[in-house]
Design a protein. Structure first.
Length: 71
């Protein structure tokens, strides 16, 4: 299980049925990953995430959406 799988275990946002909605969700996911990449070691420690796991998650593709995430 990846960090984003754990993070996204809360109820997802309302699903969009359009292509535009799917794009909006992927941009949101990309922004979350960029934010994760900017966290320092202390913040990651507070979240219980290793720097390696955070880096792996931040490198995931724009189109790589966790299965439990609304698309």
């Amino acid at each position: 299980m990846t960090y984003m799988d754990t993070l996204c275990s809360t109820p997802p946002r309302a699903q969009h049925s359009s292509i535009l909605g799917a794009l909006i969700n992927r941009i949101s996911l990309w922004r979350e990953r960029q934010t994760l990449a900017k966290l320092d070691d202390a913040a990651l420690l507070d979240l219980g995430i290793s720097a390696r796991a955070a880096a792996e998650e931040a490198r995931r593709s724009f189109w790589d959406v966790p299965t439990n995430r609304a698309v």
